[in-house]
Design a protein around this ligand. Sequence first.
Ligand code: ADP
Ligand code: MG
Length: 157
Amino acid sequence: MQMTFYLKNDADTQSIGEKLSELAQPGDIFILTGELGAGKTTFSKGFAKGLGITQMIKSPTYTLIREYDSGRLPLYHMDVYRLEGAGDDLGLEEYLDGEGVCLIEWGELIKDTMDNEFIELILHKTPEDTRFLTVEHDGATERYNQINALMTTLEKD
Ligand code: ADP
Ligand code: MG
């Protein structure tokens, strides 16, 4: 069974990011999948806020990685859209195997080359310009089950 979560506006996307961040543990990897404008960076802002990071979160489209160390866990916010197989040069492994949490925009482009377990958060844009979030996983079963449980609780509210 796959859980789908409706996000009616920008605030909803930030809010689910904020709530899911509470489940994050050292070494977790969250891949953010969805077309340009799907809400990946919006989700990341909420996620960072939930970790207690107060800095402004900017899209790492050109820097590829931004690290934030002021929260409950280090956050490695990445956008690998422009990576094109240059992952080794970037020292991506160090982040993937690090003690912080990885949030990887466009991570679907590199997921097949990764040895790490991950959660994949897929954002779908609707014709009405709202969003649906679905969650998949490769390993990371415990975290996946926690996310599903949390989302079930939130849907009942
Ligand atoms: P991405 O990083 O995937 O390219 P952004 O996070 O920059 O996308 O979001 C693009 C736009 O979508 C922003 O203007 C944001 O406010 C808007 N947005 C985010 N979530 C929603 C939502 N659930 N409903 C409507 N608009 C949203
Ligand atoms: Mg973005």
